[in-house]
Design a protein around this ligand. Structure first.
Ligand code: GLN
Length: 474
């Protein structure tokens, strides 16, 4: 049997599926704020900056939130294989729809991308895991290769979708995102035979089906009511966002109260759940700053940064490639550093603290130039560098900590909780970006930087208690 860098051949199929999905996702994300804020005469939607930022935050928050039901539907009804296929088709349809004129098409398209990504993203990773037998030593390396697929897609997207979107027409750029996902789906279908036994549907489960239908129906009715109220002007984007924020808060409180107060845990498990809660808060805070990459920082690129180097101009969306470039370079470096430090390797809490410090520093370095115009592009390069270092301290570590701290029987749910923390972060980030024109930028960046560093200071005080709560897990 042929292999892919010494790994099961199915890894190549999933690598390219996810590469194309992320290509569309990060390409669309790179131009979304520009598309929404550009005047209608310039091919944009003519939204105010604050409305655009609120919608950006809502959209991304929903993308991550929907990966929870997406994982559940695959586990209980569809199986991961079909979930990825249907997800890919829905995403492609979404981007094509986004390229059509009119607000109904735009919001409908965002909804499709949210639904499709919820089906595809968590499940494609699950199939990667399913390619390896238990105890196969190649598993971690397999995930690292897969992560390169993610970042290859994200790395090239700004050059193609960003350039076409900004220089020719935003809608053409979005259609290219759809085309990318279409390639991904075709490639997935052609390569499905290599996936072995992974991802087939579970035995038919009428109870799960009924639950899914009822929940899906209730959500569809709520979505339609909101859409009607919004289109008739009864509620604004901010009103929807306020409601969604309240929903996320209640969801977080209910989930963690139910978990922590449930009587079935051993003392060790209960302490670990408390540790997960602390990491959850830190993670949400981190992503709320980091994910302003495509909102606050994109606006800063477009409005306050000189878009040329050595006399050669470039589109503002190209800054979005930097995170992936730095990640591809430094991910292996970090892997080596942690291994080299062996016994002196910092705890998860310290790594999270560093993540928060770096993301805060990324904003702090912009403070002196924040109120300038046509500032050197090197400032944003530095910011994205610091943000990537922060990401490398926190993101892979967070994923692995969740798997280690989770009581085994709720491992999938704890993964969902990690996605929920990103969803909360995306939401807060959108609301912060909505203040872009309300504050002087130096003030806005100072507030974000201070918040991150204050959270880091609080978190570091928890280092010792966290060791006790984590019960032997680092
Ligand atoms: N960049 C990674 C991806 O797209 C991780 C993003 C995240 O966890 N917020 O999958």
């Amino acid at each position: 049997m042929t292999t892919f860098f010494g790994h099961p051949r199915g890894l190549a199929t999933l690598f390219f599926t996810e590469m194309w999905e992320r290509f569309g996702f990060y390409g669309a994300r790179a131009i979304l704020i520009y598309f929404m804020t550009a005047r209608i005469a310039q091919g944009g939607l003519g939204f105010s900056t604050s409305q655009a930022a609120i919608i950006y935050g809502l959209y991304l928050s929903l993308v991550y939130l929907l990966s929870l039901p997406g994982g559940w539907v695959a586990d209980n009804i569809l199986g991961q294989r079909k979930a990825v296929l249907y997800g890919g088709i829905i995403i492609a349809a979404g981007y094509y729809l986004m390229a059509l004129p009119g607000l109904v098409a735009f919001y409908g398209a965002l909804t499709l991308v949210v639904l499709g990504t919820g089906l595809l993203k968590p499940n494609v990773s699950t199939i990667v895991g399913g390619l390896y037998a238990e105890g196969d030593p190649r598993r971690d390396a397999g995930f690292s290769i897969f992560y390169m697929g993610i970042n290859t897609g994200a790395l090239i997207a700004p050059f193609i979708i960003g350039t076409i979107g900004e220089k020719i027409n935003y809608r053409y750029g979005l259609a290219i995102a759809g085309l990318g996902m279409t390639f991904g789906v075709i490639q997935y279908l052609a390569g499905a035979k290599h996936l072995g036994d992974a991802g087939y549907p579970p035995a038919p489960n009428p109870i799960a089906r009924r639950r899914a239908l009822i929940a899906g129906g209730v959500i569809a009715v709520i979505a339609i009511v909101i859409a009607v109220l919004a289109s008739t002007g009864v509620i604004s984007a901010k009103g929807i966002s306020d409601g969604f924020g309240a929903f996320l808060t209640i969801l977080t409180v209910v989930v963690f109260s139910a978990l922590l107060l449930s009587p079935g845990w051993t003392p060790v498990e209960r302490k670990r759940l408390a540790a997960i809660f602390i990491l959850f808060l830190a993670s949400a805070m981190f992503w709320s700053a980091f994910e302003q990459a495509g909102s606050t920082l994109s606006l800063f690129a477009q409005r306050n940064t000189r878009l040329s180097v050595f006399g050669l101009g470039f589109p503002a969306s190209w800054f979005q490639t930097l995170n992936s470039i730095f990640l591809v370079i430094f991910a292996p470096v970090f892997a080596v550093i942690w291994v080299k430090m062996r016994n002196r390797e910092p705890s998860t809490t310290i790594k999270f603290t560093l993540g928060l410090v770096f993301v805060g520093l990324g904003f702090a370095v912009l403070i002196p130039v924040a109120n300038g115009t046509a500032v050197s592009p090197m400032w944003l390069v530095l910011t994205y560098f610091l943000h990537t270092i922060g990401e490398l301290c926190l993101s892979p570590v967070g994923l692995s900590a969740m798997t280690k701290l989770a009581p085994a029987r709720i491992a999938a749910m704890i993964m969902g909780i990690w996605f929920l923390s990103i969803s909360v972060g995306e939401f807060i980030g959108g609301r912060v970006a909505a203040l872009y024109e309300q504050f002087q930028l130096s003030t806005l960046f100072s507030i974000v930087a201070l918040f991150c560093i204050a959270c880091a200071a609080i978190l570091v005080c928890f280092n010792r208690p966290m060791k006790r709560l984590s019960g032997g897990v680092n």
